[in-house]
Design a protein. Structure first.
Length: 256
């Protein structure tokens, strides 16, 4: 007599990790980003020199203030460009809208009090639409930072690698990925198309160069937030390192 087939035990789903409270990320962002803003103001308003030997702090590069003959606040003519580029960045806009304005505090989280949502159609948020233009200025600043990075390996006795040299190199690499993973750059290389499928070219299966570049930038763009935070800390690290060298608190260690 045929035995009834035994039913397999139902597969129990794994216990999912409990989601952290929605306020954790915006609160952490408000604290960390707020401290960086305060540090930037302190550095640019109360220090008038950002150069130590062949090292130039990213807050003072390019040295436009020196070229203009300024003696005080020499970082002001330059620091506005990367500041506005970050302030209008799509990723940072999400972060500070949640962290500082709680507008909204998170996905599917109600507003603290009823108010009409206007997005970025009113001042001062409307100036965020200038982000694409700040990107071009940020690229120019980035070129000078790469010049400073090369200079960081050239000492009076010739080529050498110091701890500061590697910090400058790491900062330039992170800033490059942050700048070219930007949504604005992604639109420059892949936007402006009336027919998206036409980017594959007239021959099937042969993507155009612009489509390949757009695909590459899209992969970088997936981690745009990570590049944003990493480059923020690298800028801070390089500036602190140069400042401590200027104050003779530390010495630059030569590796080889």
């Amino acid at each position: 007599m045929a035995q009834p087939a035994q039913q397999a035990d139902p597969v129990r789903p794994r216990a999912s990790r409990r989601a952290r409270p929605y306020w954790v990320e915006p609160t952490l962002t408000a604290v960390v980003f707020g401290l960086f803003v305060l540090y930037s103001l302190w550095e640019t308003l109360f220090h008038h020199n950002g150069v130590y030997g062949n090292y130039i702090s990213p807050f003072f590069s390019p040295q436009l203030g020196r070229w203009l003959g300024m003696k005080d606040f020499i970082a002001i003519p330059v620091v506005w460009a990367p500041f506005l580029f970050r302030a209008t960045c799509y990723y940072y806009r999400k972060e500070y809208n949640r962290a500082w304005f709680w507008h909204p505090a998170g996905c599917a989280v109600s507003e603290p009090k009823p108010r009409k949502y206007t997005g970025e159609s009113r001042f001062p948020f409307s100036w965020s639409n200038l982000h694409r233009y700040f990107w071009y200025v940020a690229v120019i600043v980035l070129l000078f930072l790469w010049k400073d990075t090369i200079q960081a390996f050239i000492f009076p006795n010739g080529f050498a690698v110091n701890v500061g040299s590697l910090l400058f190199l790491l900062n330039a690499v992170l800033l490059t990925f942050y700048t070219f993973s930007c949504h604005a750059f992604r639109h420059i290389v892949g936007g402006r198309k009336n027919c998206y499928s036409c980017t594959l070219g007239p021959n099937a299966g042969k993507p155009t160069g612009s489509y390949r570049l757009w695909t590459l930038v899209s992969r970088w763009n997936q981690r745009h937030g990570s590049w944003a935070w990493a480059s923020l800390f690298s800028v801070w690290a390089v500036d602190v390192y140069v400042r401590l060298l200027i104050l003779h608190v530390i010495q630059d260690v030569r590796l080889f």
